[in-house]
Design a binder for this molecule. Structure first.
Ligand code: NOJ
Length: 619
């Protein structure tokens, strides 16, 4: 990959050769539902950028290409992999479990999960084989976005308990030999945070520059759109000043250009690390550096759904700020970091997580959550052949300096199981297949609460049952644009995050009359057999080094098949998967191998793999 400055006369191939060009063009292809070959094809790759608009009937608009070229020029060199082995780290070997505290376990029957509830389930988690917990935010918050709108970074949310409860939890987690990471939400605070209140009411406040606050005028300072519908600017305080909020109106963006803010954030991180917390999951961390507040390109806005995104998806000081955080806060405590980085593809990910960069340890990439041409609010069946191609690409090309996270679910998405298979008779097998891939591919598995119980999407029957700010705003926006209420509700049902935020149906816990989702506990029962499968797979992964650090090689990539090897100098495994809901011939012939994870229904000697069947063979 070259370091020449790109211009409109550069070829598409040259653009694709830069880290940002590579990731952005891949994203565009994903959006269009097209394959990489469209760009890597030698004929297409020689076309100058200036010609594309003409050839495609200007569908992208000139601004799109100029913005792309500028972005590419900001980061011309790809990350160079320097190693032939993986540096061993606890977080590469660990199995993480994400807890959404609000709906994990309610210990006092008030309808809201709490810290004592988590403590109550620690033995269960330990037994499952979990090594580390990630807690979604438990800080003081008015809960416009369930804790992702923080009012006080150093206080525990009253509904969840007290600081003593938290310290008890941390001690007990450590006593059991597990670790705990917290959520770090520092792209924005609540508009009820003291900094913002001071900033908005006092012109001379030192906190005014902690946010993007602009004097009153009739018009918002730019055309950026919020991720939660509508404009990304709101008016606040008596003077009706404008402030930027990429998420809800009550989540105001912090201005990382301000060094004082950065020092305060570092200080806050150290506050938790001194208590013994083992690291952080960093909320939308790639958005923290806002390049300029210029208008966003309308075509890019249409394509990605959010006008303005090119100014902060990968802002000009992102690497500098992350390195600074690493040096000042994380490194002295040897703390772990995993960044939530929406829109970041593999080449940008390398620049964020490459060992020698000293920025963050891992990222969550999201490009596998929807198949090409689809977005979260579409109702469609997920084709696992896409996941196979996606993950193979990362396994083969992410490099030894980088390490990936493996997950299907989190609190921001509907359940993957429901997307993959809607037939209840086949879901059990599909859930097992997903688990096998998660624990036998290279990377750190993150289980989302309830995955191990086979939880599926919940059958909400009315919009009143949906509490999430993103879904509520989107519903209002859809209805406002002329869509019928029925259709708007159907759309929300396909993509709402609420599916992942329903109470966990613990066998032994009474259903609280206060729980808005109490019906869930009655309608969805945990699949305890699946939980046993999780235990077995986690134990297997921990027992054999090859399943963690070992090499990866694909043996069979026929449609609907995914057969791969994981091996090191001591062991070899073959994982033979049927990715589809129909039986397929040509199962891996395990002569000379031993079956360590067997068919759910069929017989080992069968050459037919039943729907979603998986076999793990060991040499
Ligand atoms: C990503 C979080 O995961 C999501 O739940 C939240 O709404 C946004 N960031 C804003 O904090």
């Amino acid at each position: 990959m070259g370091s020449k400055k790109l211009t409109m006369e550069s070829t598409l191939g040259e653009v694709y050769d830069t880290p940002i060009g590579h990731d952005v063009l891949k994203k565009v292809l994903l959006q269009l539902g097209a394959e990489d070959i469209l760009i890597t094809n030698p004929l297409v790759s020689k076309i100058p950028v200036s010609m594309i608009g003409k050839l495609t009937g200007h569908s992208m608009g000139q601004g799109f290409y100029e913005t792309l070229i500028n972005l590419c020029n900001s980061e011309k060199k790809a990350y160079k992999d320097t190693k032939h082995y993986y540096t061993p780290k606890w977080w590469k070997e660990a199995v993480f479990y994400q807890i959404y505290p609000r709906t994990f376990c309610d210990s006092n029957g008030d309808g809201v999960g709490d810290i004592q509830g988590i403590i109550k389930r620690l033995d269960y988690l330990k037994n499952l084989g979990v090594d580390a917990l990630w807690l979604s935010p438990i800080y003081d918050s008015p809960n416009d976005d369930n804790g992702y709108d923080i009012r006080d970074y150093r206080k525990i949310m009253t509904e969840f308990g007290t600081m003593e409860d938290f310290e008890e939890l941390l001690d007990k987690v450590h006593e059991k030999g597990m670790r705990l990471i917290m959520d770090l939400v520092v792209n924005h605070t609540s508009d009820e945070h003291e900094w913002f209140k001071d900033a908005i009411s006092d012109k001379g406040s030192k906190y005014r520059d902690y946010y993007f606050i602009k004097e009153n005028s009739d018009k918002a300072p730019n055309n950026w759109k919020s991720f939660f519908s509508g404009p990304a600017w709101g008016q606040y305080g008596e003077d009706e000043l404008w402030a930027l909020h990429l998420f809800s109106k009550k989540q105001v963006d912090l201005n990382w250009e301000n060094a004082g803010l950065r020092r305060d954030i570092e200080d806050m991180i150290r506050f938790w690390l001194k208590k013994g917390v083992d690291g952080f999951r960093m909320d939308v961390i790639n958005y923290i550096s806002k390049g300029s507040l210029k208008d966003g390109d309308e075509t890019i806005g249409k394509m990605f759904g959010f006008t303005g995104i090119e100014h902060y998806l990968y802002g000009p000081h992102l690497h500098e700020y992350l390195h600074e955080l690493h040096e000042e806060a994380f490194a002295p405590f040897d703390a772990f970091s995993v960044g939530e980085t929406p829109g970041v593809g593999m080449e940008m990910a390398k620049l964020l997580t490459g060992e020698s960069r000293e920025e963050i340890d891992m990222i969550f990439s999201f490009d596998h959550l929807e198949t090409p041409g689809h977005e979260r609010f579409d109702d469609y069946k997920y084709d696992l052949n896409y996941y196979r191609n996606y993950i193979t690409d990362w396994m083969e090309n992410y490099g030894n300096d980088c390490w990936m996270s493996l997950f299907y679910d989190n609190h921001d998405n509907p359940r993957m199981l429901s997307k993959v298979e809607s037939d209840p008779r086949k879901q059990q097998a599909a859930a097992r297949l997903l688990a096998v891939m998660q624990f036998t591919l290279r990377g750190t598995p993150f289980i989302f609460q309830g995955d191990e119980m086979g939880l599926k999407n919940y059958e909400f029957t009315s919009i009143e049952e949906i509490t999430d700010v993103e879904s509520k705003n989107k519903y209002a926006e859809l209805c406002g644009s002329g869509m019928s209420e029925e259709k708007a509700f159907k759309t929300i049902l396909s993509g709402t995050r609420e599916h992942a935020r329903v109470m966990i149906p613990w066998e032994d816990s009474a259903v609280s009359p206060h729980d808005p989702h109490r019906k869930v506990a009655m309608t969805q029962k945990a699949d305890l057999d699946l939980t046993e499968v999780y235990k077995k797979l986690i134990a297997l992964r921990k027992r054999y080094n090859a399943l963690c650090y070992g090499e990866f090689k694909v043996l069979n990539k026929r449609r609907d098949r995914f057969t791969y090897e994981r091996y090191d100098k001591n062991e070899k495994f073959v994982i033979d998967c049927n990715l589809s809901g129909t039986a397929t011939r040509g199962a891996f012939d395990g002569s000379g191998f031993k079956l360590v994870y067997g068919p759910l229904y069929g017989r080992v000697e069968d050459e037919v793999l039943l729907p979603y069947e998986v076999r793990i063979w060991k040499k």
